[in-house]
Ligand binder design. Structure first.
Ligand code: GLU
Length: 603
């Protein structure tokens, strides 16, 4: 959500005028919270796609909460105001830098496959794959949600506030309502056929059969009650109690409306998630990926996300070239080539069960050197390019066959938070497609995810085994890339974005923009984007095509398919003496909201 939100309030809190003890969502008479794409200051910072969520996070920091407290409170608020991208019906990846121990930790809160899910989950009886929309709008696509346990565990390990305290402001926003903006309305309009199939979703998001109008007030009292029930009874009510039963009922018996307003072309398939699947779910704490880039150290998310390894491998390849000494076009040519090479390997090798040994090989500099020798500064190689051979014996350039691209996706949300003690949270959370599987759990006010469609639906005959086929309990490969970059051991930059598989290329491009191409962080964020995922049909934003399309074509880069926007990033850069530059999108997805605890220069 972007353009304006909560009609009550949070502006006063965000401006620091709220008396201690009152919550921004409870204060009255303030109007809209501020919505600036860049804020410079110190004492803590928050960047999200939504002004209300940013205001809630800043309020937590101002009252002495730490980055984890603020990140969870902001994420819970995004579950209200950005419900089509994220919420307790989904999952995500939480990266945390602990200033005291100077260590980076991660939480894998990815949705897992129900135990009944086999390799043929997305195949019809004739062995052919189900069409994507049919798979998405079904009970099959819903994985066991991990977001709530991510919040609980993050707070337990590193927070200073309780889960009930973190949920309270979000419950207030859900109860009192917020002002509908153009993005919120559009996301419903884009999903209106799917949402109309389910009584619970239709009642909430299509009141009177239409998306709510821009400027109207939107309330979600069921979600307020759900948050409060969790606050009272703990996360067990979600994973083992009443809410668990409601989730399982929704998956096994999708709440299809008796009188769907819009005719529907296919039968809604039920899924096999059970109470046992929910009770057995747990988050994991994998070691972050680590790669060194021109003296910086880059920490990212390991499997089941491919983000950390794909960004890291591409950076290792790019490190072989002096990008800052090149023209912008030449540097972008190298960026596109490195990204294609990294994606070839990611598609071939990376899934939830990829061995640590193989991941380590993919991130080895000597492997990157072998891959880098495929890049000709004067001529793009043909795409798709073959994956390499990360076998530990490097030296010669590898060549050959092709790799397919994943589903690009277009939902999800990202937030970046830092506190005055130097702790940092970089968190990407999602319900997969915008609108998830389109089913609001009746009486509960939140949408279920369709994350299982991130699995590869079918093994390509004759191709090497796909690492991302469905299996019981398995987590589908993600592209989410919450990333924290250090300079000489000190935090330098934290960033992340939504965008399906384009997440990897956007994070990579922003790092290159900032470190190699001499841009400030706000410039690196705003710069037009391109996404080359080992395809003969890469994507780029119109401004990128206008600026570089002809020159890149002269270097043999394939023609870009124009796409209105790639990503909706958030980031914070850390400057000297505790200064912070918090940055959100100035334009994409309606623009985001960055804020700092105290504006101005640091001492
Ligand atoms: N489900 C996607 C992933 O995990 C994210 C979807 C999106 O960003 O749109 O990679």
């Amino acid at each position: 959500m972007k353009l304006g939100k909560i009609a009550v309030v949070a502006v006063v809190a965000a401006a620091g005028l709220v008396a201690p003890g009152s919550s921004p969502a409870l204060a009255h008479g303030g109007g809209e919270p501020p919505k600036e794409p860049t804020a410079v200051g110190y004492g803590g910072a928050v960047s999200t796609v939504d002004p209300t969520a940013t205001a809630v996070g800043l309020d937590v920091l101002r009252r002495g909460g730490n980055a984890v407290d603020a990140a969870v409170a902001a994420a819970a608020t995004l579950g209200v105001t950005e419900p089509f991208s994220a919420g307790i019906g989904g999952g995500g990846f939480f990266v945390y830098y602990d200033a005291k121990t100077r260590r980076v930790h991660t939480i894998d809160g990815r949705e897992s496959a129900p135990s009944a899910m086999g390799e043929d989950a997305f195949l019809k009886s004739d062995g052919t794959p189900i069409a994507f929309q049919e798979a998405r709008v079904s009970g099959i696509s819903a994985g066991v949600p991990g977001t709530l346990l991510t919040w609980k565990e993050a707070l337990r390990k590193w927070g200073s506030r309780s889960l009930p305290a973190a949920l309270a402001p979000a419950a207030d926003v859900a109860q009192r309502g917020f002002t509908v903006d153009a993005t919120f309305r559009q996301q419903i309009a884009d999903n209106s056929a799917q949402f109309a199939q389910f009584g619970s979703t239709r009642d909430l998001y299509l009141p009177g059969g239409q998306p709510p109008t821009v400027g109207s007030r939107f309330r979600n009292p069921d979600l307020a009650d759900t948050y409060r029930e969790i606050a009272r009874h703990g996360t067990d009510t979600f994973y083992e109690g009443r809410i668990a039963r409601d989730i399982v009922a929704t998956v096994q018996h999708p709440p299809v409306a008796a009188d769907p307003a819009v005719p529907w072309a296919f039968e809604i398939r039920p899924g096999g998630m059970t109470l046992n699947d929910l009770a057995r779910y747990d988050v994991r704490f994998p070691a972050p990926t680590r790669s060194d880039y021109r003296g910086y150290t880059v920490y990212g998310m390991s499997t089941p996300s491919s983000g950390g390894v794909a960004v890291g491998e591409a950076l290792n390849i790019l490190e072989r070239f002096d990008l800052s000494g090149m023209s912008a076009v030449d540097a972008l040519h190298h960026y596109l080539e490195a990204s294609a090479l990294s994606f070839a390997d990611r598609n071939r090798y990376v899934g939830a069960d990829t061995s640590q040994r193989l991941l380590d090989e993919l991130l080895r500099d000597r492997y990157a050197a072998e891959r880098a020798c495929l890049i000709d500064p004067a001529k793009a190689f043909a795409k798709p390019v073959a994956p390499g051979n990360p076998d530990g014996r490097y030296g010669e350039c590898a060549t050959s066959a092709a790799a397919a691209e994943g589903n690009p996706g277009q939902s999800t949300t990202n937030l970046t938070v830092a506190d005055k003690w130097g702790n940092i949270v970089e968190y990407t959370l999602t319900i997969e497609q915008t609108g998830g599987n389109a089913m609001v759990v009746p009486g509960r006010g939140f949408l279920l995810n369709n994350e299982m469609t991130d699995f590869t639906f079918i093994q390509t005959p004759g191709a090497p085994p796909d690492p991302n086929l469905p299996a019981p309990g398995k987590r589908p490969r993600s592209s989410m890339s919450p990333t924290i970059v250090f300079d000489d051991g000190k935090p330098f930059l934290a960033l992340g974005t939504p965008g399906g598989a384009t997440i990897i290329t956007t994070v990579l491009q922003m790092i290159v923009n900032r470190i190699d191409l001499g841009m400030t962080l706000p410039e690196a964020m705003a710069a037009p984007r391109a996404s080359q995922r080992n395809s003969a049909a890469p994507q780029a934003e119109p401004a990128f095509i206008t600026a570089y399309g002809t020159d890149l074509a002269a270097l043999g880069q394939p023609t870009f398919a124009s796409t209105a926007e790639l990503g909706a990033a958030t980031a914070i850069e850390f400057t000297r003496n505790g200064g912070m530059v918090a940055t959100a999108e100035p334009v994409r997805r309606g623009g985001g909201a960055a804020g700092v605890v105290r504006t101005g220069k640091s001492h």
